[in-house]
Design a protein around this ligand. Sequence first.
Ligand code: BG6
Length: 601
Amino acid sequence: MCGIVGYVGTEPAGPIVYGGLENLDYRGYDSAGVALVDQELTVAKQAGEVSELRVPEVANATCGIGHTRWSTHGPPTDANAHPHTSQNGSVAVVHNGIIENYESLKGELLKEGFDFSSDTDTEVIPHLLEQELNDGHDLLSAVDRVVDRLEGSYAIAAVRAGSDRIVATRHESPLVIGHGDDAAFVASDVTAFLEHTRDVTYLEDGDVVSLEAAHATVYHDGDRVDREIETVEWDADAAEKGGYEHYMRKEIHEQPTALRQTLSGRIDLDRGDVDLDLSFPQGYLESLEEIQLVACGTSYYASQYAATLLEEFADVRATVEIASEYEFDGGRDPWRTLVIAVTQSGETADTLGAIRRAAGAGARTLAVTNTLGSTVTRETNDTLFIRAGPEIGVAATKTFASQVTTLALLAVAVGRGRGSLSTADARDVLENVRGLPGAVQQVLDDEARVTEVANECLGSDAFFFVGRRFGYPVALEGALKLKEISYDHAEGFAAGELKHGPLALVTEKTPVLAVLTAGADGSETVNNLAEAQTRGAPAIGVVSDGAETGSLDCALEVPRVGVFEPLVANVYFQLFAYHVANLKDRSIDKPRNLAKSVTVE
Ligand code: BG6
């Protein structure tokens, strides 16, 4: 997701806007820019990191906007960096999202004599605004009129020379306002301005906001509307690295805390039930025929883990779909199909598109997300927050554990609601779930051994991860984590599949990492592992505490928490990926080519 920041107040805008871009910079951008408002606009923008951007001093400018870009249309060049300006230089615009009809709009503007200086879709916006301003509209109505002509997704902030005012609007791309003392902020993420204010308003699709120093006014369909002002609990420090070299290692070590937050107030052992603040229509759960989980990346593997939990605890068919491939079809009854969007950011365009298709077909929808105010929370019937706290590293870590744990609680709720999970069985599950923070801590305390194993594996040709049942999605996630940040080739397999082809790739230079714990049919997997070992492959196995380790080259242990042992085993794989990547001096928090949340399809 690109980064938008805007400020209007009584202080010089340049340093505040630039500071906001720095706060958003963790997402790995390839260009940045600002526009400062005085009688003229001062625009500075270029390809490269935020740290390379030089913001000019404009003493009288107390209003400005800024942008950090992750290229979608046009390569990262100075010309393609935002802000983009109108032909006469009086308007500057920053934009997140994709204008799907920009070619036709651009064609019209070229015919009317407008010149374009970039390859971006965004540039049509300032030229269209210039047209509306020339027709006598003010900036607010000009924005309103222009966005009516746009198709696609956008979060836009615009400024006009000579006017200390920002007008911003959103459609399918996040935008949040900050309310300061004699100041107002707008951004794509609260992290941008959290050091200045924690009083925020999350805009909704179609909202248009006019920001001036003393106040922010929100309009919707031309009428003024009152939107709630919320106070963001976690402060900017929470998003700092807290003494760790990388956000990713901090977030791996935050998992016990994150899991305690995830579970807080939700487990009732006496009743053998959970309190999720979710309500389904009378009889809905009993009549449910299928639960579909739609997700991308790490969230997709968390969904695979959850689908098996749902089938086991709730006795309901549960299927997992890659969001970008999802259609609600197959003769399913929308009244008996619950579709769950699993997305930590709540902004992933593929997942939003999938859940919209499900809702459009009439299915009930549920969001499982980490992000308050995110778009997915407004596009679903209900939301279940995973409460992992802010996750800055591009590679998901603690949110995976909190997603699976939250979905495990949901599986208990659905099982109890359907009468398919007894009080005693629910208590057993919840006892194991309650043990997760401590179990994860035990793995974290064993990190030094993982560092040794990572060292021994340097120079490998490739890495294979194998597991069965709950160990299978963990094998897939373990491989994804390693390839995301170390750039080494890594692949996950169902352990039983190794002999049906992948074994041809196995040599003494392809370590195999296996989930051999409870919940992963460890005894069968040991045999699959032996097939690789006889070809010389080093075998690293994660086993239950005290279990037989056989001929493993390295045995790593997890506490006994039943079907959640593979989830705990995954923490070893996270640490392994981190230390392999660190030994290779990779850009761990901002791996090349990747973004924390991809808000384009
Ligand atoms: C990718 C991220 O772009 O999106 C992954 O790099 C993430 O870490 C995936 O798992 C899905 O993101 P989300 O926010 O929908 O869970």
